[in-house]
Design a protein around this ligand. Structure first.
Ligand SMILES: Cc1ncc(C[n+]2csc(CCOP(=O)(O)OP(=O)(O)O)c2C)c(N)n1
Ligand SMILES: [Mg+2]
Length: 328
């Protein structure tokens, strides 16, 4: 874990609060809409991982790059995609980030640096290297962050990407959001090494293990890794420990998670814990309540916008796609 932590100032603490609680309320609304039949999508809830993502994205610039996964709605919102555009894409509407043709699994929004969302486990890491290599060659000063889960560290692409990033000193930060399970399999059943951070020395890459649910520790780890990458000091592998409260996908009853493990994780829910931490630091409750109210209104507006928007026209089906002529 990281050592002594210098606390960020109040504006950063509130920024993290805002990002994390936008995720929290959006996730709640997504689940309500899906279970109520208003939205027909497969949904991978990031509930429990909000603080990790909020603190991580608060350390990035708007034009820094992000690559994330099917569970990436927390990362996408925290990176700054306008909720209306994101919601409409989830609903498959033409007002969405990809004109409703990508859906939740393929969110892209270059205006806020969200370059790729992928459902192919581990595939984001080499792509992140490509983005970081482009930044290095062009000298644009951007940093690429790539998020992935614990089970993704068993994919070959993870090992190739860490090695290549290190030898080329790429401005990339690999963030493993270790929620301890890959689908229904606990880490110990799929992974030989106990601590994922132990994979870093094998590639000579800087490794940092952190409690991702602790906003202060997570922000400090992210800040340092991002600053180093931007300064040309190369990549970092961050293993951020966290937990997911709704299983792999919505509808998963999490029967494979021991009851006491789930209970302990919920007792340590990072969302109320961070609110308590801010109140202890004399941040007025009214300020936090005002942010919550604003977020709830934003989420309501975004979800209604998605419902009210139109589906793409049938004539759109061959536009924005790669077409190949197949010889008869
Ligand atoms: C290459 C590949 N193999 C298998 C799958 C099926 N699959 C989808 S999610 C997943 C688990 C990934 O777990 P982890 O990386 O820990 O991320 P989490 O879902 O916990 O956020 C698997 C095996 C896939 N999508 N792609
Ligand atoms: Mg996982």
């Amino acid at each position: 874990m990281t050592g002594a932590i210098v606390e960020p100032d109040t504006s950063v603490l509130l920024d993290i609060y805002r990002r994390a609680n936008l995720i929290y309320h959006a996730d709640e609304k997504f689940r309500t809409m899906i279970l109520g039949g208003e939205l027909q999508i497969i949904y991978y809830s990031p509930r429990g991982q909000e603080i990790l993502s909020g603190a991580l994205m608060a350390a990035l610039n708007q034009d820094d790059y992000l690559v994330t996964t099917y569970r990436g709605v927390h990362d996408q919102l925290a990176k700054g995609i306008p909720p209306k555009d994101l919601w409409a894409e989830f609903a498959g509407k033409k007002t969405g980030t990809c004109k409703g043709k990508g859906g939740p699994m393929h969110i892209t929004h270059p205006e806020t640096g969200v370059m790729v969302t992928t459902g192919i486990v581990g595939s984001g890491m080499p792509i992140a290297n490509g983005l970081a290599l482009a930044s290095q060659l062009e000298g644009d000063g951007k940093v690429t962050v790539v998020c992935f889960g614990d089970a993704s560290t068993n994919i070959g692409a993870f090992h190739e990407a860490l090695n290549m990033a290190q030898i080329w000193k790429l401005p990339v930060v690999f963030v493993c959001q270790n929620n301890l399970y890959g689908e229904h399999t606990p880490q110990a059943m799929s992974t030989g090494c106990k601590e994922l951070i132990d994979r870093a020395p094998g590639y000579g890459i800087r490794g940092v293990q952190v409690n991702g649910n602790d906003a202060f520790a997570m922000y400090a780890a992210a800040r340092e890794a991002v600053d180093r990458a931007r300064a040309g000091e190369g990549p970092t592998f961050i293993e951020a420990k966290t937990f997911r409260f709704f299983g792999h996908l919505l509808g998963d009853d999490s029967h494979y998670i021991p009851a006491d493990e789930m209970e302990a994780a919920k007792a340590a829910d990072p969302i109320p814990a961070y609110r308590r931490a801010l109140l202890e630091r004399q941040i007025p409750q009214a300020d936090l309540d005002a942010i919550d109210a604003e977020i709830i209104a934003t989420v309501e507006e975004a979800s209604q916008y998605a419902l009210d928007s139109e589906y793409p026209d049938a004539g759109e089906i061959r536009i924005d796609v790669l077409e190949m002529e197949i010889a008869a």
